[in-house]
Design a binder for this molecule. Structure first.
Ligand SMILES: NC(=O)c1ccc[n+]([C@@H]2O[C@H](COP(=O)([O-])OP(=O)(O)OC[C@H]3O[C@@H](n4cnc5c(N)ncnc54)[C@H](O)[C@@H]3O)[C@@H](O)[C@H]2O)c1
Length: 383
């Protein structure tokens, strides 16, 4: 086995996503498994260089994981010719500038979503990367989740017949921060800092719908801020200027309709924090992050509407669990592996900055739709 090192500048590793999902569960997990076997006698060995604003925090993380390289000087890291890949999990508002610099420095780039705060900027980045000839990718982790992989298996196996509709329910109660700490960063609730549930979640819904059921061709959304005041990490009250709930209807290429509720002001009475119910002419399924249940047309009960009689059976018990039939890895890690193979072997990779721009486009049109009270067509993007 020959070992080939890929040096990755990882910016934003002190944050929730950067640390837990990308550094620990993806890049360090790859090292724990002995690197990424490329199948040609080579093992790709990711070497992270931690980048951020706070030296003591970087030093502490590096020490905790036996890493030796960190820097608070992004420009110097990008000027280092031995760095192959720049990864960004910073707050969204800081992303465009950093990605632009990394592409200009000739680095391959991989980034959290949304790739930018506006469609123009997202497309601009995609063009920059194309023109520079660097490889680029955007995190689209949800399609790598076990529940959605099982759902894809059902779609690919023709289980549904004609798919009629998709109902998505996403959300949970995010504490206001006064009498119990909030479990999400406060910038998520300030529009001026790049927050808001639409810019956060519509990029996910775009690729989930697109990959499983068909491209989104129109959007109609009602977006609101249910909780107008919250308390930040220092216990200080602030005005929640960003939307914390979005009720969206999406028409899909191929004729199906999707309706997805996203909310940080809802209490969970579901099995998982996100669930999608898909109804087709031949069967239905409900998929979450991990599980997926089906009901075939041959096993569909025949309820009769009669509020005078109590329900005598459990509708939920009439569904069948889809078996795993595979070992599912962490979704973020699975996508990292594909991106690194793309970098090392030039394997095809479709979750790029143009795909990321589609997510930003849907968020932008969703917000516009809500502000103007009208439905928007979603034009197909190209560079
Ligand atoms: N793929 C997913 O499921 C998913 C989930 C949550 C968040 N995200 C995305 O990941 C990114 C990071 O989100 P997070 O929840 O980890 O945020 P976070 O607040 O926990 O972390 C933000 C990181 O950015 C750094 N940073 C750089 N400039 C900053 C500035 N001016 N102000 C504050 N912090 C700054 C922080 O030091 C920290 O390392 C966001 O773009 C978000 O949209 C993706």
């Amino acid at each position: 086995m020959t070992r080939r090192t890929v040096r990755i500048a990882m910016n934003g590793v002190t944050g929730r996503m950067g640390y837990r999902q990308h550094l620990v569960r993806s890049v360090l997990a790859l090292r724990e498994q002995g690197g990424l076997h490329l199948g040609d006698g080579t093992v790709l060995w990711p070497e992270p260089v931690l980048v951020g604003r706070r030296e003591h925090a970087l030093r502490e993380i590096a020490g905790r994981h036996g890493l030796t390289e960190w820097s608070t000087d992004l420009d110097a890291v990008l000027a280092d010719e031995t760095i192959d890949v720049y990864f960004d999990a910073q707050v969204t508002s800081a992303r465009e500038e950093a990605l632009g610099k990394a592409v200009a420095a000739g680095k391959h780039v991989y980034t959290e979503k949304p790739s930018a705060t506006s469609l123009d900027a997202a497309l601009g980045l995609a063009r920059l990367a194309r023109d520079a000839g660097v490889k680029h990718g955007v995190v689209q982790d949800k399609i790598f989740l076990p529940g959605l992989l099982k759902l894809k298996r059902l779609v690919d196996g023709g289980f549904f017949g004609e798919i009629l509709s998709v109902r998505g329910e996403f959300g949970y109660w995010v504490f206001e921060g006064d009498w119990q700490d909030a479990q999400r960063p406060s910038w998520n609730y300030r529009a001026q800092d790049g927050g808001g549930i639409v810019v956060d979640m519509f990029p996910h819904w775009e690729y989930v719908l697109h990959e499983l059921f068909g491209r989104v061709i129109s959007v109609q959304a009602h977006v609101t801020t249910h909780i107008p005041q919250r308390w930040d990490e220092h216990g200080k009250p602030y005005a929640a200027t960003a939307d914390d709930a979005a009720y969206g209807i999406f028409q899909l290429e191929g004729g199906a309709v999707a309706q997805i509720n996203s909310s940080w002001a809802v209490r969970v009475h579901r099995d998982e924090l996100v669930e999608f119910q898909v109804d087709g002419t031949h069967g239905s399924a409900v998929a979450g992050l991990r599980g997926c249940r089906t009901q075939h047309r041959t096993a569909t009960p025949k309820p009769v509407w009669n509020p005078d009689l109590p329900v005598t059976h459990s509708f939920r018990d009439q569904w069948q669990e889809v078996p795993d039939n595979a070992d599912f890895d962490n979704g973020f890690k699975a996508q990292w592996e594909l991106f690194l193979r793309h970098v090392a072997l030039d394997e095809p990779y479709s979750w790029d900055l143009l795909a990321g721009a589609r997510g930003v486009q849907l968020a932008e049109l969703g917000l516009k739709s809500s502000a103007e009270g009208r439905r928007y067509d979603v034009p197909e993007l190209s560079l």
